[in-house]
Design a protein around this ligand. Sequence first.
Ligand code: NAD
Ligand code: DAU
Length: 356
Amino acid sequence: MQTVLVTGGAGFIGVNFILLARKAQWARIINLDKLTYASNLQSLAELEGAPNYDFVQGDIGNLELVSSLLERYQPDAIINFAAESHVDRSIFSPQDFVQTNVVGTFQLLEASRCYWEKLSLRRQQEFRFLHVSTDEVYGSLTPQDPPFREDTPYAPNSPYAASKAASDHFVRAYYHTYGVPTLTTNCSNNYGPRQFPEKLIPLTILNALDGKPLPIYGDGQNIRDWLYVTDHCEAIYKVLQQGNIGETYNIGGLNEQANLTVVEKICAILDELAPKSDFGYSSLITFVKDRPGHDRRYAIDCSKIIRDLGWQPQENFESGLYKTVEWYLSNSAWVNQVRSGVYQDWLKQNYENRKV
Ligand code: NAD
Ligand code: DAU
């Protein structure tokens, strides 16, 4: 069994990846996470004390700590999920994004390079550094533009996207300059269980259940490509096992949706699963002030990973969204814990001055 150092494994995608990896017995996992507001160890409670799993609280930017973990656990691979991931927060406080996404990834690469250079030739050839990135690095599309390909030029528009783009460039440079066997994945919007409710889909579900407004930025016609989180995790594992070193792989759901449509679909599911006698959920939809610099459309051409690695998204949007709503309805303990004071502070900061 391979040993994999997973960073950011207490966040939305990392948690789903670790749970899947454990179920499929993909690897022994060391989970390094700083435990920021976006993390939730409750999601991994079933793994406490489990064999072949260790959790370490710490920062990917802490070179000494990461180097000592690499020495101690001798991983065969590193998967870097750790990041500040929310665009709206990057508009309020970009420094955190530079610190973790740029400097943190750089330090992680440095520790990995020093570790990798000391491995035997056979282990050097087998080692992989997989960096999990985003489609936002490619910028914004018009309705007529073809979807992003791996060779689409980078044109990041938000501080979040710029910080991820910078981290992708460092990963690329560590392959070209030092030969560290890196892989990069650029994925579209994920949704599914255990996502922190600052992102559109869980925010909509929880606000609706509370009878609160469902905020739609601008005209609601911004388009995102949505992928069920488990499909993303399967894709990452395929890239780790079969990807060509030094290359990047786009991952997407072949599922472009306008934000307003997504919110309306959630309302329809809630009308069925948790009906209110006095109103339909869509009556809560409220148009609010737009996100500054809001990218209009993302779309992913994922033909490379489909063709070269045989990956395909398994979940369709209707069933994936249904499962997601069901998960939030049946996990009220998780939901209540997440909606702590810090989360309330965020709602105030982001939505108080958006009324139009
Ligand atoms: P998330 O915000 O839910 O979780 C991020 C995790 O990283 C948290 O557990 C946090 O504590 C941890 N973390 C933050 N800074 C850290 C640091 N300095 N050191 C160690 N750990 C740190 O994010 P997510 O949605 O799970 O995204 C994971 C990765 O996937 C990110 O790199 C993101 O850019 C990328 N991505 C996300 C999406 C999406 O739709 N969510 C889509 C494409 C790519
Ligand atoms: O595209 C991949 C990216 O998807 C990831 O790299 C990011 O980590 C992830 O957060 C996500 O970014 P978005 O900005 O697309 O996700 P978010 O859920 O914040 O917003 C989705 C869309 O919904 C976006 O067009 C903004 C809009 N929106 C969002 C919120 C929170 C609203 O209309 N109202 C809202 O209240």
